[in-house]
Structures are given as structure tokens and as C-alpha cells.
Design a protein around this ligand. Structure first.
Ligand SMILES: Cc1ncc(COP(=O)(O)O)c(C=O)c1O
Length: 423
């Protein structure tokens, strides 16, 4: 089918044509329960009426105009994100994807390092990120990403990135110095296998901010906008911890448009550490831009998505159904599941490779444990999930998934896992 499309993706042999809520149909009319949601994109499920309405209404008024003009829908979406999502003052820059959002963060870090040279003593451009991270496929994104496989063959890479093991506070302290402009990490590592940042790691980053006058930047591209059971994943991590936490900048995309491409960053309006300018003013006129970032159409859809998340109580739904899934799967004590990780509706089931190696079909498949199980769930249980690294099967149901759909997905996965033990 994809004879004329570049072969840069490993694709499942499934062509999807229609979706409704948590369900999706392929070309031959087979119906799947979709707990992959375009990898955390379709936060309201498929073809939600609020998205349809926003697309219909806005596309009849104005689809695109340049950022050379005022865009009311963009301004309103930015206000919603600042006032209701982040709830800390700052400003938003809009783009179209997660990698672009992280590129904006990298440029913000570099410009900050440059502009604060006088007060700091020298210009800085170095950033500390984490091993096993994923920050996107642009040259900036792969340089920031702490996985060799995404970098290989694209050298020379953008300079100045050091990677430290995720959640290793001592390694973070050791890597940061007067040369560091920013620390950047995912609050939940998604592609790297669903690893959740510890409160200590977030707090250590904050302490280093004050000590070295650097920026703390969070990549919430996959885990943001309600998925973890709070608007922001860092709030979920720090729920039981005293004291304020405030990043300097955050990146998003994926769930932000519910399937319509939109990404963005928030930058705080506090004074940048050790500087006499605000973080949100670092990328001033002429320093950065995007033709398509925050168009009237993208902004109207983004607003419809975020308002629906708020008005329909979907953040609470993500928290409680996430808990329901974790409790149910833990109670199975299933030999094929070595651990359950994640927050809210960003869940990783760690597959026990030793137990799986008793399954002849797995041995013959030549696949990683996660890809093998994801394939089995798709073929045997009509349940779509996503691998996260070599050993983790990831569930990313829509934030408005129902209890019954969760029960159904649990039933399907349990059945498939039981079958695998018998083969
Ligand atoms: C944490 C994180 N950052 C950045 C990206 C890149 O986003 P995009 O594919 O929209 O460029 C991803 C995509 O999976 C991601 O999970």
C-alpha cells in the first residue's frame, strides 16, 4: 500500500479508516478497542463532537492567517493554558509538534545562556538531559534524546548535551556546573519504557536552578494535559510533597489538539535566574517563529479539547480509571507481567521476558517482548496498544474512556496473556 511513502516507519499491517470514541475500524470493517490513541494523541477518543464542531465552525470562518497578525483564538488558548492548566504566570509559543516544541526549548536555553553572559560571567549553551529519554526527531530533538539509536548516522550532532541516568540525583548534581544553561527531562519517560520522575529528582533540579542560575525545563509532550491525573504530570509526582514547584519552561504536543497537530511551550514570567529579564521574554521579536504555529483552526481545536477535558472532569477520570487498571492487573499476579509503571492513563506493563521465552511463538517471532505482545493483543484480542522500549506494553486510553471499556480491555489482555502461557 505504501509503495510511494518513505520507509522510515515500522508499520503494523493494519489500515485504519474510521474511529468513534475508544473504538477504531480497519479497512475490512474489523473493530478494535483503541488503547494506543495515536500514541497519546487522541485524548478525547476518536472524532469527538466538540472537535468536529470546532473544526466545522472555525473552518467556515478562518483557517489560517500569519503570525504577523493578531490571532484571537491563539490568544484565548494561551490564556486558558496559562490560567487554568499551568496556573503560574507566563507566556505560550505555539508550534505543531513535540519535536518542534523541544527545539523551541533548546533555543530558549541557548538564548538565555547567551543573554545572561554578562551577569553570569560567560555565555552558556550546555544542557543536561537524561539517558533513555525521548525528545523528538529533529536535529535538536535527537541531540537532546539520551538514546544512541536515534542519533546513529546523523553525526555531527548539535553540541552541548550531557545525559545523566534518569532519577539519579547525584549524577545530575555531578553533571551540572557553571557551563550549564538548562536541565531538560520528561516527567514520565514515555518512549523509554514508562519511567516516572521521583519528587527528589524534580526537587534536585530546582535546587540546581538556584545554585547555578540555570533553567529547569520539562518535556510534557506525552504526559501533559491531564493524562497523569492532573493537568501537569509534575503535579501528580509532587502531590504528596510539601512546597511549591515551578518549572521555568514546559513543552507539549500530542494530546493538546486531540488529533489535530498543535504543540507549544510555556515559559515563566519570573525573572530568569541571575538575570534581569523574564524567562518568557527570552525569545523576543525575530528570534523564533513558525508559519503554522497557533493558526486560528489549530487554536480553536486546542481550546475545544482543553475545555472538554475540564468541563467533563476527564482529569479525575484519568486518575480513577488509571487506578482501576493498576489495581486489577496487580491482582492478577500474572507470570508475564513483571511490573506495572506509570501515572493515570499513561501505563506501562513490563513483560517478564523469562516467562515469555517459554512461548514458542515468541521465540520464532524474532521480535522484542513488547512488540510481540502488542502484536498478539492486536491479532487475538482486537486491542490496540503500543510498545515502549523492548519490554514494556503501553496503554494510553483516551481520557474519556469508560469503566466498561477499561473492563473490556482488561478482559481481552488477560485472555491473550493466558493464551500465550499455553503456547
Ligand atoms: C516526550 C516526548 N517528547 C517529544 C516527542 C516528539 O513529538 P513529535 O513526534 O510530535 O515531534 C515525543 C514523541 O513521542 C515524546 O514522547
Amino acid at each position: 500500500m505504501s509503495r510511494y511513502v518513505m520507509g522510515n516507519y515500522g508499520r503494523f499491517p493494519l489500515a485504519l479508516t474510521r474511529g468513534e470514541g475508544s473504538w477504531i475500524w480497519d479497512e475490512v470493517g474489523k473493530k478494535y478497542l483503541d488503547f494506543a490513541t495515536g500514541i497519546a494523541v487522541c485524548s478525547l477518543g476518536h472524532c469527538h463532537p466538540a472537535i468536529q464542531e470546532a473544526l466545522r465552525d472555525q473552518s467556515a470562518k478562518l483557517i489560517h492567517c500569519s503570525n504577523l497578525f493578531q490571532i484571537r483564538e491563539q490568544a484565548e488558548l494561551a490564556e486558558f493554558i496559562v490560567e487554568r492548566v499551568v496556573r503560574q504566570s507566563g507566556r505560550i509559543f505555539f508550534c505543531n509538534s513535540g519535536a518542534e516544541a523541544n527545539d523551541a526549548l533548546i533555543k530558549l536555553a541557548r538564548k538565555f545562556g547567551h543573554d545572561s553572559a554578562a551577569s553570569h560571567g560567560s555565555a552558556r549553551y550546555e544542557m543536561v538531559t537524561c539517558t533513555n529519554s525521548f525528545h523528538g526527531r529533529t536535529l535538536g530533538g535527537i541531540a537532546a534524546t539520551g538514546q544512541d539509536k536515534v542519533k546513529k548516522g546523523f553525526e555531527p550532532l548539535l553540541e552541548g548535551f550531557t545525559h545523566v541516568p534518569f532519577n539519579d540525583c547525584d549524577a545530575l548534581r555531578a553533571a551540572v556546573g557553571p557551563q550549564t544553561a538548562a536541565i531538560l527531562f520528561e516527567v514520565v519517560q514515555g518512549e523509554g519504557g514508562i519511567h516516572v520522575a521521583t519528587p527528589e529528582f524534580l526537587q534536585t533540579a530546582r535546587e540546581l536552578r538556584d545554585e547555578f542560575g540555570l533553567l529547569v525545563m520539562l518535556d510534557e509532550v506525552q504526559c501533559g494535559f491531564g493524562r497523569t491525573g492532573d493537568w501537569n504530570a509534575w503535579e501528580t509526582v509532587l502531590r504528596d510533597v510539601d512546597g511549591e514547584f515551578s518549572p521555568d519552561a514546559v513543552s507539549w504536543a500530542k494530546g493538546m489538539g486531540g488529533g489535530f497537530p498543535i504543540g507549544g511551550i510555556w515559559a515563566s514570567d519570573r525573572l530568569a535566574p541571575g538575570a534581569d529579564f523574564r524567562v518568557c521574554d527570552v525569545l523576543g521579536p525575530g528570534t523564533h517563529g513558525s508559519t503554522f504555529g497557533g493558526t486560528p483552526l489549530a487554536s480553536a481545536v486546542g481550546m475545544a479539547v482543553l475545555k472538554t477535558i475540564e468541563e467533563d472532569g476527564l482529569i479525575d477520570n484519568a486518575r480513577s480509571l488509571g487506578e482501576q487498571i493498576r489495581t486489577a492487573v496487580s491482582s492478577w499476579n500474572h507470570p508475564l507481567i513483571a511490573a506495572i509503571r506509570g501515572l493515570g492513563l499513561l501505563i506501562g506493563f513490563v513483560i517478564d521476558e523469562t516467562a515469555l521465552s517459554d512461548c514458542v511463538a515468541f521465540g520464532e517471532s524474532g521480535q522484542t517482548p513488547s512488540l510481540f505482545v502488542v502484536n498478539q493483543l492486536m491479532k487475538d484480542a482486537d486491542l490496540l496498544t503500543v510498545p515502549a522500549g523492548a519490554n514494556v506494553v503501553r496503554w494510553l486510553p483516551p481520557l474519556n474512556v469508560t469503566e466498561e471499556e477499561v473492563e473490556e480491555a482488561l478482559r481481552r489482555m488477560r485472555h491473550t496473556l493466558d493464551q500465550l502461557l499455553k503456547r
